[in-house]
Design a protein. Structure first.
Length: 270
């Protein structure tokens, strides 16, 4: 199975302007596809912007809303899968709730997976969003099992290990990592990839936005702990390969998952 070339879009777009952000996505999807990428990972809340405050309810859409259709058209036009962050409005009895979500659209325009952030960071997210309750969401893409988390979620080792035990090969993480927490992108992400034997694709926002200052440093970390792609601090599109052959070899050599003793870990769920 050939590697899945994965592109990371480091860009904060235009907060509050969905149409403009879709234009940016279209341009960058074309660029990523021209470079051979089969997957484009966008940042957390890329569709609307992150620092939108009281506009969260107004800009929220259901998972199958008009913006999802627009992203599907972009994916089909360029023949590339797209993972994007957005505020998701619930439906039916859940319609008053808004989730910090990420949706994976396949290169054929099909909605492959939708994930709701389970660990909300800080007062802003806790005020405007409801936490999701499904810890492992996955889809098959390019011969790999792709799992989804969002930003703060990946900082909990239990979340990543749950994906490892469920067979995730490539963990895709739209994020909005803020300064001064650059160590998360620089140190923690490669460690997560190594300890749970998977690729981790981490796509961040960049620069000042409202009260926040985003750190950039998007990366693709491999199961050997080596960073395959790394962005700087500004707007950027970087690519790296998630190689099934390297993943299989690394898992054969690394004993972490084989040497687990689950019977000792009951205290982790207290």
């Amino acid at each position: 199975m050939p590697p899945l070339r994965t592109a990371l879009l480091q860009n904060s777009g235009t907060p509050g302007d969905i149409a403009k952000n879709l234009e940016i996505l279209d341009t960058r999807a074309a660029q990523a596809a021209a470079g051979g990428a089969g997957l484009l990972v966008c940042p957390e809340m890329f569709l609307t912007g992150y620092a939108i405050g009281a506009d969260v309810p107004r800009l929220a859409e259901p998972a199958d809303g008009p913006s999802a259709e627009a992203v599907a058209e972009i994916a089909v036009r360029h023949g590339i899968a797209v993972l994007y962050g957005y505020p998701e409005r619930g439906t039916g009895a859940d319609e008053e709730r808004v989730y910090n979500a990420a949706q994976l659209i396949g290169p054929d325009g099909a909605r492959l997976a939708n994930y709701r952030k389970t660990h909300l960071f800080g007062c802003f997210e806790q005020e405007w969003f409801t936490p999701g309750d499904e810890p492992v969401v996955q889809a098959d893409l390019g011969g790999l099992r792709v799992g989804l988390l969002i930003c703060y979620d990946v900082e909990f080792p239990e979340n990543v290990r749950a994906h490892a035990l469920a067979g995730t090969d490539l963990l895709a993480v739209p994020t909005a990592l803020m300064n001064p927490f650059r160590f998360v992108a620089e140190k923690l992400l490669p460690a997560r990839a190594f300890e749970s034997q998977m690729y981790v694709a981490y796509a961040n926002r960049t620069g000042p936005e409202g009260e926040f200052d985003f750190a950039g440093l998007s990366c693709l970390a491999g199961p050997d702990g080596v960073t395959r792609a790394r962005a700087g601090y500004g707007e950027e599109l970087v690519t790296g390969d998630a190689d099934p052959a390297l993943l299989a070899a690394s898992r054969a050599d690394n004993p972490y998952l084989r040497d687990r003793r689950p019977g000792l870990y009951a205290s982790l769920v207290r």
